[in-house]
Design a protein around this ligand. Structure first.
Ligand code: GLA
Length: 389
């Protein structure tokens, strides 16, 4: 995090009026430990909030103008509040605009505002920088305009902003994780019922390491939406087996029926991933509660393999990090996290081997892909909220 005093100074440099203090909010990014591409299939996920995220200094003004600025790049924008909004050509502005739109749709009367954002979670790296911007905006508006929506409502409004305004058809995991995160806990969430449990993450002599492939964001959104329709297709075909609303209604014991009802091998593999991944999440949470980190790591490895072979959302960069990583001493488990195709891996590594893991893996990855990876050793933090100045 940047020093708070410097951040506030930048706010005054931009917007002036030092007599009127802005308010500070923070929303984390998230990393998913296991349970990938299950959320929009009504399944289980197990993410946690990070100590990296988005900071927002915000202040009400008397006019009807919304002024957006960010420390991360030079891209100031101003717009007038006039009913509902249309998308901006600047992609990042659509996250706050989409959320503001949701507040207006719910009848909350807004005044003009000055926003200054600062994010230290890498963009487009599968660590939910977008959900983080959405939720920091949502908690700020909720407080400044006394809207009194509860966290779940803010989570749903942020997801809606992303689905309908930004045009990314994401599930609920990211917004939920950054809204409900709890320090040193992961969230075991049933994405169908939204029932959840905070599970302590105690890794004793191991720690979490996130590795960014630094692959440039490519076709992730369109591939993501393609996977969603493949799952819809599987659900449609399985109606002849029994009426289901989503793939997560099938359990591991029913894997064998897929062959009979889904003739297309690609659609069948997609369904298989979702069903087996749900099974892995349930087991992973159980073994973690028993302090069986080794088994947890094995399940992480199996999750990656399934995402590579059955769901086909990995790619050379993620696979190199994972399969080269697995050869190294002290690696308990390693897998891609988030939507895939690029972005990050999450690994559990023996603390004593962490430094060696990072240098050796970095060299192997550069040799194979020509890209330089970044490493993060995150702490697990609380969800979005106000920071007292
Ligand atoms: C992205 C989406 C989430 C989820 C993951 C894959 O992060 O935003 O809703 O589907 O991909 O698990």
């Amino acid at each position: 995090m940047m020093d708070t005093k410097i951040f506030i100074e930048k706010f005054y440099e931009k917007y002036g009026n030092r007599n009127d203090k802005p308010v500070l909010f923070f929303s984390p990014g998230r990393v998913n430990l296991i349970g990938e591409h299950t959320d929009y299939n009504g399944g289980f996920v197990f993410p946690c909030a990070l100590n990296y995220g988005t900071y927002l200094l915000i202040r009400k003004i008397k006019t009807n103008t919304l002024k957006f600025s960010t420390i991360n790049f030079n891209d100031d924008t101003e717009t007038e509040i006039k009913g509902l909004f249309i998308n901006s050509s600047k992609r990042w502005i659509n996250y706050p605009l989409g959320v503001i739109n949701e507040f207006i749709k719910k009848g909350i009367k807004l005044s003009g505002l000055e926003f200054l954002y600062y994010g230290d979670v890498p963009n487009g790296a599968g660590l939910s920088s977008s959900a983080s911007i959405e939720m920091v905006t949502a908690v700020a508006l909720n407080e400044l305009f006394h809207a009194a929506f509860d966290t779940l409502e803010l989570v749903k409004m942020s997801q809606k902003a992303e689905n309908e305004f930004v045009g990314m058809n994401c599930g609920i995991m990211d917004q939920f994780a950054v809204g409900f995160g709890k320090k040193d806990h992961a969230i075991f969430l049933n994405c169908d019922t939204l029932f959840y449990e905070n599970v302590p993450i105690v890794l004793t002599d191991c720690s979490l390491i996130i590795t960014n492939t630094n692959k440039r964001r490519g076709l992730t959104d369109s591939k993501y939406n393609e996977r969603r329709s493949e799952c819809d297709k599987a659900v449609e075909l399985l109606q002849l087996y029994r009426p289901i609303r989503n793939l997560s209604e099938l359990n591991l014991g029913e894997i064998n029926i897929l062959e009979k009802y889904i003739k297309d091998p690609v659609i069948r593999k997609r369904a298989k991933h979702v069903i087996t991944e749900n099974g892995r999440v349930v087991e992973a949470v159980r073994v973690l509660k028993d302090n069986n980190i080794l088994r947890f790591g094995e399940l992480m490895n199996q999750s990656h393999d399934s995402l590579k072979y059955d769901y086909e959302v990995t790619g050379i960069e993620l696979d190199t990090l994972v399969y080269e990583g697995r050869k190294l001493p002290g690696v308990i488990g390693t897998r891609m996290t988030g939507a895939g195709f690029g972005g990050c891996t999450i690994s559990i590594i023996k603390k004593a081997e962490s430094a060696k893991f990072m240098t050796t893996l970095s060299a192997a990855y550069q040799k194979k892909t020509g890209l330089v990876p970044d490493f993060y050793q995150p702490e697990i933090s609380n969800g979005a909220g106000r920071i007292e100045l």
